[in-house]
Design a protein around this ligand. Sequence first.
Ligand code: KG4
Ligand code: ZN
Length: 407
Amino acid sequence: MPNEPNSPAKREPGAGRLGSFVQTQDNCPVSSYPSHRSHSSHASLRPHRLTPRPYRTMIGPPMEQKSVNILGIETSCDETAAAVVANGREVRSSVVASQTKLHEKYGGVVPEIASRAHIEKIYPVITEALERAGVGKDGIDAIAVANQPGLTIALVVGVTAAKTLSFMWGKPLVAINHLHAHLQSAMLTEESLELPAVALIVSGGHTCLYEARSPLELRLLGTTIDDAAGEAFDKVATILKLPYPGGPVIERIGKQGDPKAIDFPRSMLEKGSLDFSFSGLKTAVLYHCRGQDMNGQDKVDSMTEQQIADIAASFQGAVIDVLVKKTKRAAEKIGARTILMGGGVAANGTLREAMQKMAEKSRPPRRLLVAPKQYCTDNAVMVASLAYYKYQAGLFAPLTLEPSSTG
Ligand code: KG4
Ligand code: ZN
């Protein structure tokens, strides 16, 4: 999947509290919605100040403010999800219909199968999210949907459902960038954040480092030039003849293995680079199993459980080394007080521990905030939660909103 363009974020003067930051790099078409604040103040946008200045920002609404309930919808890949979140942080319901079983035998997500399954599940999933939250249309203030990046034929299902509800219920529509939403899940339970933060997204489709100045103000620092970290986990699992998705199973099997057994390469790219590359590592695992240049026989079937565990642990160790070193490098570069981590791979316990160790050892120590495990992989809570800040800033999408494979 293509990665996000590196465009500077901009700041909107005069909006309230956290809503004082607007996101302008996600290319979402934005319109003012009747009965809500317009964002005509875009005309007075000032350029983003690049000199880091640490500060603390509060998250969530002032105590006396009326509750804002947002219905979030997520269909970017192989999870059909809906959630109701109040004030960006109180999870009223979260429903996720996973398609893992449908894609397992292919070793990865098949877009057509994903799209059909979303069509089947979207109505029951949304209905269940509303029922569990105990709200009907009158209790919902806005409909939020992840419209980019992802599989277009999967995204279109959620986008169509969200636009339909927005039109029928007369509620504003909020367009959400799926990657930015992953980071939001790391901030979900926090009341205050020391900023700037370095934010690492490690998922099946993306591996990106951002500078975060608020939930809505993210600047891309680096991204993968080939495979995403989660994709490498999935492909290495296929090489080792392990089931899809590869991440959880490699983590489980790797616990019995020695991470130092095989010295797999750690690609750091050129000096100071904040980009990632995992395809060389994946190829090294392949050569290890099938001989240099694939000339040898596939040895996996004749390997012992211990040998497989050693490959899993050594591969995982190499991925983690690179993720931690690059995140440290980025944190030093921008003077980050906080490290945020989200995305499916962030569920990995060994990665969480290694990142925590690095954060604690930094001078001065940095605070690590990682998404709760249930919100690392795709979900709609992160969509509804991030939408709250766009809602507060009056950033709404028109009913002509389209899905986009790129972010
Ligand atoms: O964020 P996500 O649900 O979907 C995308 O937006 O891509 O991430 C899915 C990815 C898969 O590649 C999966 O193998 C990986 O996250 N993953 C893990 C773990 N749990 C899921 N990778 C490593 N360790 C895990 N425990
Ligand atoms: Zn994701």
